[in-house]
Design a protein around this ligand. Structure first.
Ligand SMILES: Cc1ncc(C[n+]2csc(CCOP(=O)(O)OP(=O)(O)O)c2C)c(N)n1
Ligand SMILES: CC(=O)[C@@H](O)[C@H](O)COP(=O)(O)O
Ligand SMILES: [Mg+2]
Length: 638
């Protein structure tokens, strides 16, 4: 990749002659395939953005003129062109490049949050800031057609369109897909614009005729100008963007660098809010991705670059959920499924194939997913909304006020609950148990294995008077962990010989906690391990068990603040029980990207750490008890 490696930054790119650009694009494409094959990552989206990103950095002067990427998963090319090609060896790995823009990595990077549909709001804010400071520099936002189905994007467009003097260049990267094909009116409107013969092509043809023609008399010039105006009226329809008051440039072939540069320069010249509608293909230039019908290799694990064969294990928590939901769907006609543009990643594809009329893809619109689910429930059905845990944050108010306030039977299935790791801070599913602990009437289950997942899902779907939530992590479930006995919803997994410690293991933490108990026993500390299964609300049986021990330790793959440790402590207080509780969970901070194991280690959620802390706590309590047992020499009251 001699050409790519020669570029120290965008200024070197801008110095390249345009005839060198196709070779550069080819080098970038090769670099994407070879490096992502080794590390995994968002290959499809980035293959679709090669030419678009080259054109962007030739027309706009980053970092002085901000380029904000929506969701940020498609910013690998941007990183390669801003001096970080060497970092791709360790993409998404601890100490290596983030898979998303990173302010710590580069001044060219602005937004780190991987949650979709935010770029236009950032751009609106940046443009307002520059206007207040009397600065006329343009702001660029790159937003996918999928991200445009998110409500925030339209809130921002409404504001951006309000100021015709603020230069915001919105590049719509329209590849017709989120993961699966993008749905709804927005997608249809884009398709209408996309399917029109290329106004830009025709316009360019006229322009080139004007340029090539010898010095022309006014008659010929006027005639050609009339053709150009006519083309605009015919080929550049008054679309949804222009209805909003935004100028529209496009559709443009997003894989033609010259066309993209020309369109971007035109957009820049307007000096106000403008859409550049780039038409691209996800996975472009790498046939295994480009031809993939499921998701064009949106997010891939490691693979063989020559054959495209994946090297990642298949069976995981998501598959276990998917299989059980199909079985339930066959038994209950009232069960329907909702996805927010993630049919396959959240395990709803099999249900959709079996029950297409009972499956709804709402686009990247989690807020709408929850409130429309409340509507479905009011209509007599029982919806299952499957989302990644971190994306539920966006729909908290809808869950609280539209579902729970109305006591509607909606089941939310949270995949990627707990630490995910490689997708960085904004992808860890670490807030759900904390934020949901304040929702009145909500029940939340954290199964420990496939059989308790199946059980929890059926128990959730049997609830008719409020929201239920079932959470599980990314990756493969452990071998089923049998219970010695069940007390109410609580499974006793191991009994200590003495009531020294009650270890409350939440969901995926069960295997680690059982190992901790064995380690503690080797040091003379007796530990009873229980799995509450349903962590909200706290079961009275769990309070009974806690009250019967000298120390209670909770371990959860979720935020410590407001987590199970907190809610159990409050339940004990309500019972006037002062058994000491020590909560082990994720501290209140954002975690640098790395493997799940690395981030769990960062948080002290390892067998060694938990065992050590239990030993420390029991030692302190033992000392205190001994102190209390000793009669004061001077008879003084303590
Ligand atoms: C709020 C939110 N929901 C879901 C996701 C998961 N997600 C990541 S990228 C993506 C699809 C984005 O589609 P688009 O904006 O068209 O970009 P493309 O990948 O096609 O370039 C989704 C749904 C997310 N990042 N944020
Ligand atoms: C960018 C985004 O939000 C998703 O594409 C995410 O990166 C996929 O994560 P998984 O690999 O866990 O499905
Ligand atoms: Mg898209």
């Amino acid at each position: 990749m001699p050409l790519l490696r020669s570029l120290r930054g965008p200024e070197d790119l801008r110095a390249l002659p345009s005839e060198a650009l196709p070779n550069l694009a080819a080098e970038i494409r090769d670099a994407l395939v070879t490096s992502v094959a080794r590390t995994g990552g968002h290959l499809g989206p980035n293959l679709g953005c090669v030419e678009l990103t080259i054109a962007l950095h030739r027309v706009f002067e980053s970092p002085r003129e901000p380029i904000v990427f929506d969701t940020g998963h498609q910013a690998y090319v941007h990183k390669m062109l801003t001096g970080r090609i060497e970092g791709f060896e360790r993409l998404r790995q601890r100490g290596g490049l983030s898979g998303y823009p990173s302010r710590a990595e580069s001044e060219h990077d602005w937004v780190e949050n991987s949650h979709a549909s935010t770029a236009l709001s950032y751009a609106d804010g940046l443009a307002k800031a520059y206007a207040v400071r009397g600065d006329s520099r343009p702001v660029v936002a790159v937003v996918g057609d999928g991200a445009l189905t998110g409500g925030m994007a339209w809130e921002a467009l409404n504001n951006i369109a309000a100021a015709q003097d603020r230069p915001v260049v919105i590049v719509v990267n329209d590849n017709g897909r989120s993961y699966s094909p993008t749905i709804g009116g927005v997608a249809d409107a884009l398709a209408t614009l996309r399917l029109r013969p290329g106004y830009e092509d025709a316009l360019n043809a006229v322009r080139q005729a004007l340029h090539r023609a010898p010095v022309v008399g006014t008659a010929l010039y006027d005639a050609l100008h009339a053709i150009k105006k006519g083309l605009k009226d015919v080929l550049s329809p008054q679309g949804m963007f222009e209805d909003l008051g935004l100028k529209y440039v496009g559709p443009v072939d997003g894989h033609d660098i010259d066309m993209m540069e020309s369109a971007l320069r035109r957009a820049r010249s307007f000096g106000g809010p403008v859409i550049v509608h780039a038409v691209t293909t996800k996975g472009f230039g790498y046939p295994p991705a480009e031809t993939d019908q499921i998701d064009a290799w949106h997010a891939t694990g490691t693979f063989d670059p020559d054959s495209g064969a994946s090297t990642v294990a298949a069976r995981d928590w998501t598959t276990a959920f998917s299989d059980e939901l199909v079985r339930i769907g066959a038994e209950r006609a009232d069960v329907v499924a909702i996805t927010a543009a993630m049919l396959h990643p959240t395990g709803l594809a099999a249900f959709a194939e079996r029950f297409p009329e009972r499956t709804f893809d709402v686009g990247i619109a989690e807020q709408h997913a929850l409130t429309s689910a409340a509507g479905l429930a009011m209509g007599g059905l029982h919806p299952v909304v499957a989302v990644y845990s971190t994306f539920l944050n966006r729909a908290f108010d809808q869950l609280l006020m539209d579902v729970a306030l109305h006591r509607q039977p909606v089941t939310v299935v949270l995949d990627r609950a707990g630490v995910t790791g490689t997708d960085g801070a904004s992808h860890n599913g670490m807030w759900d148990m904390s934020i949901l602990s304040v929702v009145p009437g909500l029940r939340l289950a954290a199964p420990r294995d496939e059989s308790t997942l199946r059980e929890a899902l059926r128990e959730a779907l049997a609830v008719t008077d409020g929201p239920t939530v079932v959470r599980f992590p990314k990756g493969a479930p452990p071998v089923d962990v049998p219970a010695l006995e069940r007390r109410g919803p609580v499974d006793v997994l191991r009994r200590g010989e003495r009531p020294d410690v009650l270890l409350v293991a939440v969901g995926s933490m069960v295997p680690m906690c059982l190992a901790v108990a064995e380690r503690a026993a080797d040091h003379g500390i007796e530990v009873t391990v229980v799995d509450p299964r349903w962590v909200l609300p706290i079961a009275p049986e769990l309070v009974d068990l806690a009250a019967g021990h000298r120390l209670v330790v909770t371990v959860e793959d979720g935020g410590r603040a407001g987590g199970v440790g907190t809610t159990l402590t409050q339940a004990l207080q309500d019972r006037d029980c002062d058994v000491p509780v020590r909560a082990v969970g994720l501290p209140q901070r954002f975690f640098e990207h790395g493997s799940r194991a690395q981030v769990l280690a960062d948080a002290g959620l390892t067998e060694q750490d938990v065992a050590r802390r239990i030993a420390e706590w029991t030692a302190v309590l033992t000392d205190r008890a001994e102190d209390d047992a000793v009669e004061p020499v001077d008879g003084a009251q303590r």
